[in-house]
Ligand binder design. Structure first.
Ligand code: MN
Length: 272
């Protein structure tokens, strides 16, 4: 299978390359990602300025890699419509440094990249680890591989948009994996005003998140050191994805905890 990897932390972010390293086990991975950090740009696509694409020497040899002077959404649109000829089977965005939970999912560039893949009719995953420092990428990369294998093997519906978050703990400390819903957050943003000599300007300064961490929410799962998997789209397919996830997640979690290389899953290993 052919996989498009993107992110919002920029093309050289370590999380992206840990993801690529894991996913090349299961298919042909292409990287098309923003040339710099684009956190918080959501699903946005650049329509008012031209976009430039630059081929990059990848940190991992043999991976076709392109930097886009734009958003994760731009990267996915250019990858699917221009850079990659012959189609893509799946889009994975991440591994983001920092959680993407609750209402914040709708401004997340990481999730935005996955949304764009989903808009184009592809199964898509966003993967984040809930910390900005000393991030444990290993369990997240391995879980991405396990979930992609499930998609390839037809155990998850093709119409799929998953937002996956892991607590920032070593594998041994993960307490489980849960199908969750987005928590609500109350916003405490502050508007700071200044003057540049010509006119007034304003900064939106994000306040500390106040979460309503109900049972079943993504935020509560992360607080309890559990992996949170949120099926994002609305409509009947959402229940299909949730039901399929509930069936496979206990086994996926056992495989995740077992460590080492995941068992070969025959149906998912056809490379094209
Ligand atoms: Mn980010």
């Amino acid at each position: 299978m052919r996989i498009l990897a993107t992110n919002d932390d920029g093309i050289y972010a370590p999380g992206l390359w840990r993801l690529v390293e894991a996913l090349r086990e299961v298919g042909e991975v292409w990287v098309v990602a923003p040339d710099r950090e684009q956190s918080g740009v959501g699903t946005s696509v650049t329509l008012h300025t031209p976009l430039r694409i630059k081929g990059i020497t990848p940190p991992l040899p043999g991976i076709p890699t392109f930097a886009v002077e734009g958003t994760p959404g731009d990267s996915v649109v250019l990858a699917l419509g221009h850079i990659i000829k012959g189609g893509v089977d799946l889009v994975v965005s991440g591994i983001n440094e920092g959680a993407n939970l609750g209402m914040d999912v709708f401004i997340s560039g990481t999730v935005g990249g996955a949304f764009q893949g989903y808009f184009y009719g592809l199964p898509a995953l966003a993967v984040s680890v809930a910390s900005l420092e000393k991030v444990h990428f290993g369990p997240a990369a391995r879980l991405a591989l396990l979930l992609v294998q499930r998609v390839a093997g037809g155990e998850l519906p093709k119409e799929l948009l998953l937002n996956v978050n892991l607590p920032n703990v070593p594998l041994e400390e993960l307490q489980g994996m849960e199908v969750t819903a987005l928590a609500r957050r109350s916003y405490t943003d502050v508007i700071q005003e200044g003057h540049d000599g010509k006119s007034k300007y304003y900064w939106i300064v994000r306040g500390k998140a106040q979460w309503d961490a109900q049972p079943g929410s993504d935020v509560l799962a992360i607080r309890q050191n559990r992996v949170s998997v949120t099926p994002l789209r609305g409509g009947p397919g959402n229940h299909r994805a949730a039901d399929a996830l509930k069936k496979i997640l206990p086994e996926v979690f056992q495989e995740l905890k077992r460590g080492g290389s995941p068992p070969a899953r025959r149906r998912g290993r056809d490379k094209r």
